[in-house]
Design a protein around this ligand. Sequence first.
Ligand SMILES: [Fe+2]
Length: 237
Amino acid sequence: MTLHPVRPRDWSSHPAFVDARDHGYKSSILRGPTKPLIPIKHSLSELTGPVYGHDSVGELDWDLTKNGRNDGEPVGERIVVTGRVLDEDGRPQPDTLIEVWQANAAGRYIHEMDQHDAPIDPNFFGGGRCVTDSEGNYRFYSVKPGAYPWGNHFNAWRPNHIHFSLFGPAFATRLVTQMYFPGDPLLPLDPIYMGIPEAARERLIADFSIETTEPGFALGYNFDIVLRGLSEIPMEV
Ligand SMILES: [Fe+2]
């Protein structure tokens, strides 16, 4: 059995649990803790496995352009998103389960809570998963998610983004975050993105890469993720 001691969370990289700014992330006020947190020691079960879900990763799960097809291809700008999962010391994290979910190209999720008046794509499910290889690499095909309106404040729109969940070598390394796209004019208006401490924000923006771009097929984006430590990718509130 391997123990994986983890460092304390770096709050200079992460958003506060409660975003009390004017025009901040409204839901965090009800969702976040209202009393000071009580530190407890990590238990054995948090520092070791089990990390679940690996066995059920299917062959097409990493390809969101295929895993939701009914009678054709999903609509939208095809993308390939790839990167490495590393720990705070730059060591690759193999066998990390990565799950992604996103809106379709029109900015609509398949979810009963999503009532945005934009079309559902009958050939796009919007969820996928994969496991990192021995060097910590991962890769997804998808379509670029559309921006969508939400109820945080008047005329609020979420920037294009993909949600990520990672299960590293232990439960205590779990990370939930979002990936954004370079040059998005909605970023400086987005309370979730702007809730990340300024010095850490840009780590959430993927790099466009012409080398990763697949000729005639998909635009390429690189997005490396660090679990815990000083250069950790910020989690969402
Ligand atoms: Fe979203």
